[in-house]
Design a protein around this ligand. Structure first.
Ligand code: TYC
Length: 111
């Protein structure tokens, strides 16, 4: 079966003994996106720390460090994810902040 009917692109000889070959299929790596937290004057620091722990799985130390970075510099990275995951995190954070009536803003950008 050298005509490709066996789905291997005909990579065998005509002796009936299959020549084992591997077709390397290139898969594209997905684009990555940074989830950014923005500073504001009203959201309590403890709430931001809680958000970072809850939605970005940070420990107390990392969450506090990121929160203070955002507080001092205006913006900070919460994590880097594929588009769908990043978009979900942004929605979760925004919904949670709204539920608690805090103006906390979260967005994403291509990494
Ligand atoms: N600036 C806020 C305050 O002083 C704290 C804060 C930090 C708010 C990070 C948002 O993403 C933020 N209470």
């Amino acid at each position: 079966m050298a005509n490709g009917a066996d789905g291997d692109g005909g990579r065998e000889d005509d002796t009936g003994t299959g020549v084992v070959t591997k077709t390397r299929v290139r898969t594209e790596k997905p684009s990555l996106y940074r989830v950014l937290m923005l500073n504001d004057d009203y959201t309590p620091m403890e709430f931001v720390v809680h958000v970072l722990q809850r939605f970005f799985r940070m420990g107390m130390e990392d969450a506090t460090r990121v929160m203070l970075h955002v507080h001092q510099r205006g913006v900070g990275v919460c994590g880097i994810f594929t588009y769908e995951v990043a978009e979900t995190k942004v929605t979760q954070v925004m919904d949670f902040a709204k539920q608690h009536q805090h103006p906390l803003q979260c967005t994403l950008e291509k990494a």
